[in-house]
Design a protein around this ligand. Structure first.
Ligand code: SF4
Length: 220
């Protein structure tokens, strides 16, 4: 894709380098907190994590993954049974539908294997860009910049983007940070969002990025 957007200023690149270092120092070892044993399980766990805590998803998936093992099995699952198994994660009808549709695509179009690139992952029914990047980065080790509500909010507060559209935020962050950092950076920003940079009011006191953050001046 041709990038016709304005070049990034050196000042912004310098700040991104400092943000990168501060996040890495503040959250060493940050990683995906969903439990999974293979790419298919991570894809399904990520679908279930929408509007739900990872801890809750991890309580639900052991029984789910014991009941269905392959994409074909998920695709052919009885609707009511699948819904009952994922009910406690919320929005369970939509999530069960997304799981069945994505797994049908994987079984029919990809021989039962989760595809290893963003375009094909994103084209699976029921799979959004965030889920595609989570799977890419964590299950396959291919850099993926995950932009969820935490990452988008923090990127805007830190002045790393002015965009609200997650795809544009993703592109802005990909221009500012090296690809080898994208996956872990997403985890670190999510941890920052959970601990300090909350919505609607951040807890700036104690935030490891306070010296770098233009938003904190407005808050304080
Ligand atoms: S200083 Fe405040 S607004 Fe800035 S990143 Fe930290 S918590 Fe968020």
């Amino acid at each position: 894709m041709t990038n016709r957007r304005r070049p990034v200023s050196q000042a912004l690149l310098d700040r991104a380098i400092k943000v990168d270092a501060a996040l890495h120092a503040a959250f060493p070892g940050a990683k995906c907190s969903l439990d999974y044993a293979n790419p298919l399980q991570l894809l399904i766990a990520t679908i279930l994590s929408a509007q739900c805590t990872d801890a809750r998803v991890n309580m639900v998936t052991p029984a789910l993954f014991a009941r269905y093992k392959t994409a074909a099995e998920f695709a052919g699952a009885d609707c009511a049974e699948l819904e009952a198994l994922v009910q406690s994660t919320g929005f369970y009808r939509n999530k069960a539908k997304s799981i069945r549709e994505a797994c049908k695509d994987i079984a029919v179009l990809h021989g039962g294997e989760v595809p290893k690139n963003l375009e094909e992952l994103y084209q699976l029914h029921g799979v959004g860009r965030k889920t595609a990047n989570v799977v890419l980065g964590n299950a396959f080790g291919i850099p993926g910049m995950v932009v969820d509500t935490h990452v988008g909010r923090i990127a805007r507060r830190l002045g790393l983007t002015k965009n609200a559209d997650p795809v544009k935020v993703e592109q802005d962050l990909m221009r500012l940070f090296p690809d080898m950092r994208w996956t872990t950076l997403g985890h670190e920003m999510i941890l920052l969002g959970r601990k300090y940079c909350k919505a609607p009011t951040p807890k700036c006191a104690g935030c490891p990025l306070i010296e770098l953050c233009p938003f904190t001046k407005k808050v304080l």
